[in-house]
Design a protein around this ligand. Structure first.
Ligand SMILES: [Zn+2]
Length: 204
Protein backbone atom coordinates (compact mmCIF):
# COMPACT_ATOMS: atom_id res chain seq x y z
CA UNK A 1 0.00 0.00 0.00
CA UNK A 2 2.78 2.38 1.04
CA UNK A 3 4.76 1.38 -2.06
CA UNK A 4 1.71 2.08 -4.17
CA UNK A 5 1.22 5.54 -2.65
CA UNK A 6 4.92 6.27 -3.15
CA UNK A 7 4.60 5.22 -6.79
CA UNK A 8 1.61 7.53 -7.32
CA UNK A 9 3.46 10.45 -5.77
CA UNK A 10 6.59 9.90 -7.89
CA UNK A 11 4.40 9.46 -10.97
CA UNK A 12 2.56 12.68 -10.15
CA UNK A 13 5.79 14.64 -9.74
CA UNK A 14 7.23 13.26 -13.00
CA UNK A 15 3.98 14.10 -14.88
CA UNK A 16 3.94 17.63 -13.47
CA UNK A 17 7.58 18.19 -14.46
CA UNK A 18 6.89 16.90 -18.00
CA UNK A 19 3.82 19.16 -18.34
CA UNK A 20 5.83 22.17 -17.09
CA UNK A 21 8.70 21.42 -19.50
CA UNK A 22 6.25 21.08 -22.42
CA UNK A 23 4.59 24.38 -21.46
CA UNK A 24 8.00 26.08 -21.31
CA UNK A 25 8.97 24.65 -24.72
CA UNK A 26 5.71 25.80 -26.33
CA UNK A 27 6.00 29.29 -24.80
CA UNK A 28 9.58 29.64 -26.09
CA UNK A 29 8.60 28.55 -29.62
CA UNK A 30 5.65 30.95 -29.74
CA UNK A 31 7.85 33.79 -28.50
CA UNK A 32 10.51 33.08 -31.15
CA UNK A 33 7.87 32.96 -33.89
CA UNK A 34 6.48 36.30 -32.71
CA UNK A 35 9.95 37.81 -32.78
CA UNK A 36 10.40 36.70 -36.38
CA UNK A 37 7.04 38.20 -37.32
CA UNK A 38 7.56 41.54 -35.57
CA UNK A 39 8.40 44.41 -37.95
CA UNK A 40 11.91 45.83 -38.17
CA UNK A 41 12.18 48.85 -35.94
CA UNK A 42 12.40 52.09 -37.82
CA UNK A 43 15.11 54.53 -36.87
CA UNK A 44 14.07 57.96 -35.72
CA UNK A 45 15.73 59.61 -38.71
CA UNK A 46 13.86 57.87 -41.52
CA UNK A 47 13.60 60.29 -44.43
CA UNK A 48 10.28 60.95 -46.04
CA UNK A 49 10.47 60.13 -49.72
CA UNK A 50 10.48 63.23 -51.85
CA UNK A 51 11.29 64.38 -55.33
CA UNK A 52 13.90 67.08 -55.81
CA UNK A 53 14.08 69.54 -58.70
CA UNK A 54 17.08 69.17 -61.02
CA UNK A 55 20.13 71.12 -59.94
CA UNK A 56 20.63 74.27 -62.05
CA UNK A 57 24.03 74.73 -63.71
CA UNK A 58 24.38 78.35 -62.56
CA UNK A 59 22.72 80.61 -60.02
CA UNK A 60 24.31 83.99 -60.55
CA UNK A 61 24.51 86.62 -57.78
CA UNK A 62 21.56 89.07 -57.69
CA UNK A 63 19.35 86.82 -59.79
CA UNK A 64 16.24 84.88 -58.89
CA UNK A 65 14.53 81.67 -59.94
CA UNK A 66 12.01 81.37 -61.43
CA UNK A 67 12.78 84.53 -63.39
CA UNK A 68 9.55 86.30 -62.46
CA UNK A 69 8.63 88.68 -59.64
CA UNK A 70 8.28 87.20 -56.17
CA UNK A 71 4.59 88.16 -55.98
CA UNK A 72 3.91 86.14 -59.14
CA UNK A 73 5.81 83.11 -57.89
CA UNK A 74 4.81 83.01 -54.21
CA UNK A 75 1.72 85.24 -54.05
CA UNK A 76 1.37 88.67 -52.49
CA UNK A 77 1.19 89.30 -48.80
CA UNK A 78 -2.32 89.29 -47.36
CA UNK A 79 -2.27 90.04 -43.67
CA UNK A 80 -6.10 90.03 -43.58
CA UNK A 81 -6.10 86.26 -44.11
CA UNK A 82 -2.99 85.62 -42.05
CA UNK A 83 -3.26 84.39 -38.49
CA UNK A 84 -0.07 83.52 -36.58
CA UNK A 85 -1.90 80.89 -34.51
CA UNK A 86 -3.28 79.15 -37.62
CA UNK A 87 -0.52 79.66 -40.15
CA UNK A 88 2.74 79.33 -38.25
CA UNK A 89 4.55 76.19 -37.13
CA UNK A 90 7.64 75.63 -34.99
CA UNK A 91 10.40 73.85 -36.92
CA UNK A 92 13.57 72.55 -35.34
CA UNK A 93 16.46 70.41 -36.52
CA UNK A 94 19.74 70.16 -34.60
CA UNK A 95 21.68 69.84 -37.88
CA UNK A 96 20.91 73.49 -38.68
CA UNK A 97 22.08 76.70 -36.98
CA UNK A 98 19.33 79.07 -35.92
CA UNK A 99 20.24 82.73 -35.53
CA UNK A 100 17.72 83.48 -32.78
CA UNK A 101 19.13 80.61 -30.66
CA UNK A 102 22.52 82.33 -30.78
CA UNK A 103 21.49 85.97 -30.35
CA UNK A 104 20.27 86.74 -26.86
CA UNK A 105 19.18 90.25 -27.82
CA UNK A 106 16.86 88.88 -30.49
CA UNK A 107 13.24 88.66 -29.38
CA UNK A 108 12.19 87.02 -32.67
CA UNK A 109 12.09 83.27 -33.16
CA UNK A 110 13.64 81.89 -36.34
CA UNK A 111 11.98 78.52 -35.69
CA UNK A 112 8.58 80.15 -36.37
CA UNK A 113 7.52 79.99 -40.00
CA UNK A 114 4.55 79.46 -42.26
CA UNK A 115 3.43 75.83 -42.42
CA UNK A 116 4.14 75.76 -46.19
CA UNK A 117 7.81 76.55 -45.47
CA UNK A 118 8.46 73.40 -43.44
CA UNK A 119 8.76 70.76 -46.20
CA UNK A 120 11.21 72.60 -48.49
CA UNK A 121 13.27 73.72 -45.47
CA UNK A 122 13.56 70.15 -44.16
CA UNK A 123 14.61 68.96 -47.63
CA UNK A 124 17.21 71.74 -47.76
CA UNK A 125 18.62 70.80 -44.35
CA UNK A 126 19.01 67.23 -45.66
CA UNK A 127 20.77 68.45 -48.81
CA UNK A 128 23.16 70.75 -46.93
CA UNK A 129 23.91 68.17 -44.20
CA UNK A 130 24.67 65.52 -46.83
CA UNK A 131 27.47 67.85 -47.99
CA UNK A 132 28.87 68.03 -44.45
CA UNK A 133 27.91 71.68 -44.13
CA UNK A 134 25.54 73.50 -41.77
CA UNK A 135 22.58 75.52 -42.97
CA UNK A 136 22.18 78.83 -41.13
CA UNK A 137 18.67 80.20 -40.70
CA UNK A 138 19.24 83.93 -40.33
CA UNK A 139 15.71 85.27 -40.48
CA UNK A 140 12.25 83.77 -40.90
CA UNK A 141 8.99 85.11 -39.44
CA UNK A 142 9.33 88.82 -38.69
CA UNK A 143 6.03 90.51 -37.84
CA UNK A 144 7.72 93.90 -37.59
CA UNK A 145 11.06 95.57 -38.09
CA UNK A 146 13.69 95.36 -40.77
CA UNK A 147 11.66 94.07 -43.70
CA UNK A 148 9.54 96.20 -45.99
CA UNK A 149 5.74 96.46 -45.66
CA UNK A 150 5.06 93.89 -48.36
CA UNK A 151 7.71 91.45 -47.22
CA UNK A 152 6.60 87.84 -47.04
CA UNK A 153 8.67 87.58 -43.84
CA UNK A 154 5.64 89.19 -42.16
CA UNK A 155 3.63 86.04 -42.94
CA UNK A 156 6.52 83.66 -42.23
CA UNK A 157 6.52 82.76 -45.93
CA UNK A 158 10.09 84.00 -46.48
CA UNK A 159 13.36 82.83 -45.01
CA UNK A 160 16.95 84.16 -45.23
CA UNK A 161 19.70 81.60 -45.39
CA UNK A 162 23.48 81.30 -45.39
CA UNK A 163 25.73 78.33 -44.98
CA UNK A 164 29.10 77.60 -43.35
CA UNK A 165 31.20 75.64 -45.92
CA UNK A 166 29.23 76.04 -49.12
CA UNK A 167 29.26 79.17 -51.28
CA UNK A 168 26.00 81.08 -51.63
CA UNK A 169 25.67 80.12 -55.30
CA UNK A 170 25.80 76.45 -54.34
CA UNK A 171 23.31 77.12 -51.52
CA UNK A 172 20.94 78.88 -53.95
CA UNK A 173 21.11 75.85 -56.25
CA UNK A 174 20.25 73.53 -53.35
CA UNK A 175 17.35 75.84 -52.41
CA UNK A 176 16.02 75.40 -55.94
CA UNK A 177 16.37 71.61 -55.68
CA UNK A 178 14.56 71.64 -52.30
CA UNK A 179 11.47 73.18 -53.90
CA UNK A 180 10.99 76.72 -52.58
CA UNK A 181 8.70 78.69 -54.90
CA UNK A 182 11.03 81.68 -55.34
CA UNK A 183 14.75 81.95 -54.63
CA UNK A 184 16.74 85.18 -54.70
CA UNK A 185 20.52 85.19 -54.35
CA UNK A 186 20.83 88.56 -52.60
CA UNK A 187 24.53 89.26 -52.98
CA UNK A 188 24.31 92.99 -52.23
CA UNK A 189 21.97 92.98 -49.26
CA UNK A 190 22.69 95.65 -46.63
CA UNK A 191 22.47 93.08 -43.85
CA UNK A 192 24.96 90.79 -45.60
CA UNK A 193 24.79 88.48 -48.61
CA UNK A 194 22.29 85.65 -48.24
CA UNK A 195 19.77 83.55 -50.11
CA UNK A 196 16.15 84.63 -49.64
CA UNK A 197 13.49 81.97 -50.32
CA UNK A 198 9.74 82.23 -50.24
CA UNK A 199 6.77 79.91 -50.64
CA UNK A 200 3.12 79.99 -51.68
CA UNK A 201 0.49 79.60 -48.97
CA UNK A 202 -0.63 76.16 -50.09
CA UNK A 203 1.20 73.16 -48.65
CA UNK A 204 2.82 70.88 -51.21
ZN1 LIG B 1 14.44 87.77 -46.88
Amino acid sequence: MNDNRFGWIVGGIISTVIVLLLALLITTCVHKTNLKKSPIHKTTHVKETYVLRDKPKRFKPNTYKPNIKEQAASGSIDLATFSPGQSLVFVDDPRAWWESDNDRNDIEDDHSMHIAMEAPLRRLIDLVSERNATLKIQDSYRPAGVHNKKSLHKEGRAIDLTCDKLGLEELAKLCWMAGFDWIFYEANSRGGAHVHCSVKRNIK
